[in-house]
Design a protein around this ligand. Structure first.
Ligand code: SAH
Length: 340
């Protein structure tokens, strides 16, 4: 039995045709799922009973189990349990421009970044599209407000789960589905080049963020093993192609790690690498965890780093901090729970 929240509109149309029904029923189902937000197929009033009975056989409406919610003024952190008892996290953040939700794309992660809690616990499995969609739907229900922005920056590497990621985009972007504009969705990748190429061919204007964290191969190889497979030169050249093709600005994320990548020469090297590329650089104060020795750069170091980049004419921002009090940093709630 498939979870119906993982079905795109096209797939549902095919399904209805395959059972000898008109395909417009797919739109009706989307409206019941995402606008009227039913909990039970029997709530559907405009589809005949025999079809409803068939839906009950073929699809489940199973939700994620909310194991824990930590609430603060501007941030909520959710720990969800999946049907097979695995766990993932989502983080809601209130900004002046709206409410964003950071969702997970895998249980664990195989990318093995040296500083990242999510990768300390290896990938158990991919999330299917329904498990990504339900993170949004259930958080919206919890707060009884609309989420305006979604970032796929939680646990997992979305481009290592590419097909489900694309299905997810189709479902949430559909005006009859969650109806989230693609420009309000951002996907973050550690730099899996073949998937960046595929992504540039997608007919959706989803924003792309690249976790860079180092501006030379020697350091990036140490921090992010993926760099050995897809080194900086190739990555940057693929991103230039992506920008040429889509005309979209890319964000480069750069975690500030004390004594590792936060020196003046690192900033200059970063500017040289990204010079002339239509991009933003987002400096991220590192969220320390007990499991690695890395330290967050001092505030003054981050500001100095910022000034160097700014003075060279590149677009740079420092990520506002949310929720370090409530372990909102990537993967920490899940791994804490696992240590209990
Ligand atoms: N796998 C994807 C998306 C998930 S990670 C990627 O690599 O982009 C989302 C972002 O959080 C990445 O930039 C990642 O490097 C960063 N990150 C991981 N651990 C962190 C920590 N402890 N503090 C701050 N950022 C962290």
């Amino acid at each position: 039995m498939r979870n119906i929240y993982g079905m795109t509109l096209d797939e549902l149309e095919e399904y209805f045709l395959s059972i000898g029904e008109k395909k417009f029923k797919a739109i009706q189902i989307f409206e019941w799922l995402y606008q009227k937000k039913i909990n039970n197929f029997d709530e559907i009033t405009n589809i005949k009973k025999s079809v409803i009975d068939r839906l009950k056989i073929d699809f489940s409406l199973e939700r994620l189990k909310t194991l824990k919610v930590e609430r603060d003024v501007e941030v909520n952190k959710y720990l969800f349990e999946l049907p097979d008892s695995e766990r993932v996290e989502s983080v809601l953040m209130r900004h002046d421009y709206g409410i964003s939700l950071c969702i997970s794309s895998q249980v664990g992660c195989n990318m093995g970044c040296a500083f990242c809690e999510s990768g300390r616990l290896k990938k158990v499995r991919n999330l299917d599209a329904s498990e990504m969609v339900l993170q949004i739907l259930q958080v919206e229900e919890d707060i009884n407000e609309r989420i305006s922005h979604v970032v796929i920056m939680g646990i997992g590497e979305p481009f290592d789960n590419y097909d489900n990621f694309v299905k997810f985009i189709k479902i949430v972007n559909n005006p009859k589905g969650i109806s989230l504009g693609s420009r309000h969705i951002t996907v973050s990748t550690c730099g899996i080049i073949p998937k960046i190429k595929e992504f540039s061919n997608l007919p959706f204007q989803v924003n792309l963020a690249i976790s860079l964290h180092a501006a030379n191969n020697e350091l990036r190889n140490k921090l992010m093993p993926i760099n050995k497979a897809y080194p900086l030169k190739d990555l940057i050249s693929e991103i230039k192609k992506y920008i040429a093709k889509t005309n979209r600005r890319v964000t480069f994320e750069y975690i500030m790690l004390e004594g590792i990548n936060d020196k003046e020469e690192d900033a200059i090297e970063l500017c040289n690498l990204l010079k002339g590329i239509n991009c933003y650089i987002n400096l991220i104060p590192y969220n320390e965890t007990n499991n690695f020795g890395y330290k967050r750069s001092k505030k003054s170091t981050i500001l100095k780093f910022y000034d160097i980049i700014k003075s060279r004419g590149l677009n740079v921002t420092i990520r506002r901090e949310f929720g370090s009090n409530i372990s909102a940093a990537c993967g920490q709630l899940r791994s804490k729970k696992e240590d209990l």
